[in-house]
Ligand binder design. Structure first.
Ligand SMILES: Cc1ncc(COP(=O)(O)O)c(C=O)c1O
Length: 390
């Protein structure tokens, strides 16, 4: 009997392409280019946070911690969450420490979405949300954020909700656009979540990076939303430790219970000594958060005019640490071609806009710069990009 050969990989795996951001990072290394593609700082993490991690390892905090997070770290998260949102949460029942916001997002979606249910996603979106939907078998419904202010049409959003809608994935401050959702916008979203009995899954990883008086608001703090929100955050960006892989999801008890089960069987737990350091990090005084906000605002204010001088049309971000740009003036066929040109010929790696959209053509005249870099890196990048004008 002839056995027909099966595909070597699953249908789900076949639907993914390699992360374009990671491809750009690889190309950056190959061509010795400055990496303004992937969102990680090239400057050191705070000394007291690093020291706390070293102390924890020396004190032999080197075995599994509690699956859903070390007790003291969960206590520190609950304290910070209360400070930021005014909501008092029970660290024993309402939060799960995960391996970064990445794992918190996929464990949360696996915990609440059944295959075939719909998830509303604003686009452009942080590129993981696409594969996240595929992994949990969700049908994504995309709603446009439109430049220059990256606002959405409330009608278009309303049409995206129906009885199959399980959740909306929200990211404020937003990657890649730098948009900070306003209270009025969040009210519109919240109203639809309440009407359709849907969750708001809110990725707030850039919450402390807001500029020009913009205010970060957690949708969980709006009326009737605490019981239908999952708030995701991480140490990665706030404390410049993207390689540590420590994040968390705050959710009502029953939802947290389901997230904990997913998390347990996917990763068992986040790194134990780094959670000890997390306790120190999250309890840093307010002036730390003010300092990073000012530093990032200064980087933005230095780098954005340099991009404009080099010929980019920039969408000025109100939050996070990216600048989305319009590249139509350069006359390239598309964003990927332009990004490859930049990395090979100019020595600067960026992310092609299409990687943030469900259909590549929507981002074909955009690219994203990350400015979470030292002055030296940004100055050198600005200088190299000026070659585009010669
Ligand atoms: C919006 C957003 N969410 C999540 C992540 C990943 O976070 P973590 O390192 O905690 O997994 C990133 C990283 O760039 C991001 O931009």
């Amino acid at each position: 009997m002839q056995i027909t050969r099966r595909a070597l990989t699953s249908r789900k795996a076949q639907q993914f392409t390699e992360s374009v951001i990671r491809e750009m990072t690889r190309l950056a290394m190959e061509h010795d280019a400055l990496n303004l593609a992937q969102g990680f700082p090239d400057f050191p993490a705070p000394e007291q946070v690093k020291e706390a991690a070293i102390r924890a390892i020396r004190a032999d905090v080197n075995q599994y911690s509690i699956t859903w997070g070390a007790k003291e770290f969960r206590q520190a998260i609950a304290e910070r969450f209360e400070r930021d949102t005014g909501l008092i949460i029970d660290p024993e029942r309402e939060l799960t420490v995960c391996c970064g916001a990445t794992e918190a997002m996929i464990s949360s979606l696996l915990a609440i979405v059944d295959p075939g249910e719909e998830v509303v996603v604003f686009e452009p979106f942080y590129e993981n949300y696409g594969p996240d939907s595929i992994i949990c078998g969700a049908v994504p419904r995309f709603v446009s954020l439109r430049p220059p202010a990256w606002t959405f049409d409330p009608e278009e959003l309303a049409v995206a909700f129906n009885e199959r809608t399980r959740a909306i994935v929200l990211n404020t401050p937003n990657n890649p656009t730098g948009k900070v959702f306003t209270r009025a916008e969040l009210e519109t979203i919240a109203e639809l979540c309440r009407r359709w009995d849907a969750y708001a899954v809110s990725d707030e990883i850039y919450q402390y990076l807001v500029y020009d008086g913009a205010q970060h608001i957690s949708i969980a703090a709006l009326p009737g939303m605490r019981e239908r929100s999952i708030t995701i955050n991480s140490m990665s960006k706030t404390y410049s430790v993207t390689g540590w892989r420590v994040g968390y999801a705050v959710a009502p008890p029953e939802t947290s219970n389901a997230i904990r089960k997913m998390h347990d069987f996917i990763t068992v737990g986040a790194p134990a000594p780094l959670q000890e350091a997390g306790t120190v990090a999250l309890r840093m005084p307010d002036d730390y958060y003010e300092k990073i906000r000012q530093e990032y605002a200064a980087r933005r204010d230095r780098f954005l005019p340099a991009l404009e001088k080099a010929g980019f049309r920039c969408y000025k971000p109100q939050g996070a640490y990216y600048i989305m740009t319009d590249i139509s003036d350069f006359g390239f066929a598309n964003d990927v071609e332009f990004a490859r040109y930049l990395v090979r010929e100019i020595g600067v790696a960026v992310v092609p806009g299409s990687s943030f959209y469900s259909r590549p053509e929507l981002g074909s005249q955009q690219i994203r710069f990350c400015y979470s870099k030292t002055d030296a890196t940004l100055n050198e990048a600005a200088q190299r990009l000026m070659q585009l004008q010669s």
